[in-house]
Design a protein around this ligand. Structure first.
Ligand code: NDP
Length: 317
């Protein structure tokens, strides 16, 4: 079978390409710059890549850019979307590539009669609304983030993912394209790529000399679980709708305790970045993830894998 992965050089997508090649798929992969070895070397080195990996150039902001890469594909995994927080123009840097990019990819899929599209959404598109999140609350796939709440809180990345998923479901309904969304929390685990992605940087920042830790509570999940969930959501005919992917929700203070247990010699920040009360934890339903026949890698293992990988790649001296 032939499948396409958009944004193939990224943290999650690299694992996805690796798994797909392992399972015998031919992978047509889009990157922004196929000539940049920093973005493609690790992909070309994957087992099966010489025979079955084809790289294409495509940009989310260019209409028709994905026509060639999705052509003839049985399935498409749309992962490409900007994920970073230091933006000066949220509309141009985050929202447009996320929303227009998703619609461009889906329009190309429609032209090529692609049967199934797995869209990498996020818990960002699930949990940010006016409903309270407390330890007894179970967030599940029926939750949707509110664009108004995201805007009020100036959570531009969260808004970009919320609007992109909304646009994807609308396109799917209007055009009869079968889509499934994967909605991971913050993703951890080993890096295959040589560049640093935002969620791995969140861990690195805690151990690379920062004097404070963020006052934030997030759900966390291992990149290998995320990649496998994408593949199974495509392969299983019964897979449908959204899949929240979170092994555990923790505040940064709790994450630091885990890191300290694993690496007692690390100098870790002991002060919170603000003096507001810590955001409470909440639960995230594991039912849909388990319906794929999967079990989560525990957070402790994921954190250890992240740090070992950051060391190996010389991000930690
Ligand atoms: P990365 O930053 O590693 O990957 C993002 C990818 O998007 C890169 O391949 C990048 O391409 C591509 N991209 C960005 N802008 C454009 C553009 N204008 N045109 C084409 N491609 C573009 O991040 P992740 O692997 O973490 O994220 C992948 C997906 O997963 C995203 O949709 C993200 O929102 C989602 N996600 C991530 C989570 C996490 O914690 N990591 C959590 C939940 C969801 P290039 O290599 O050319 O820069």
């Amino acid at each position: 079978k032939v499948v396409c992965v958009t944004g193939a050089s990224g943290f999650i997508a690299s694992w996805l390409v690796k798994l797909l090649l392992q399972r015998g798929y031919t992978v047509r992969a889009s990157v922004r710059d196929p000539a940049d070895p920093k973005k493609t070397q690790h992909l070309r080195a994957l087992e099966g890549a010489t025979e079955r990996l084809l790289l294409f150039k495509a940009n989310l902001l260019e209409e028709g850019s994905f026509d060639a890469v999705v052509e003839g594909c049985d399935g498409v995994f749309h992962t490409a979307s900007p994920f970073y927080h230091a933006v000066t123009n949220p509309q141009a840097e985050l929202i447009e590539p996320a929303v227009k990019g998703t619609l461009n990819v889906l329009a190309s899929c429609k032209k090529s009669s692609v049967k199934k599209v797995v869209v990498t959404s996020s818990m960002a598109a699930v949990a940010y609304n006016s409903k309270p999140r407390t330890p007894d609350v179970v967030v599940d796939e029926t939750w949707f983030s509110s664009p108004e709440v995201c805007e009020q809180q100036k959570q531009w990345y969260v808004l970009s993912k919320t609007l992109a998923e909304e646009a994807a479901w609308k396109f799917s309904k209007e055009n009869g394209i079968d889509i499934v969304t994967i909605n991971p929390g913050m993703v951890t685990g080993p890096l295959l790529q040589s560049t640093l992605n935002t969620s791995s940087a969140a861990i690195l920042n805690l151990i690379n000399g920062s004097s404070t830790f963020p006052n934030a509570t997030f759900g966390w999940v291992n990149v290998q679980d995320v990649a496998l969930a994408h593949v199974l959501a495509f392969e299983l005919p019964s897979a449908s709708g959204r899949y929240c992917l979170v092994e555990r929700v923790v505040h940064y203070s709790e994450l630091l305790k885990i890191i300290h247990e694993l690496y007692p010699s690390f100098q870790l920040p002991d002060k919170c970045a603000d003096d507001k009360p810590f955001g409470p934890v909440y639960q995230v339903s594991k039912e849909k993830f388990k319906s794929l026949g999967l079990d989560y890698i525990p957070l402790e293992t994921s954190i250890k894998e992240t740090i070992e990988s950051l060391k190996e790649k010389n991000f930690i001296s």
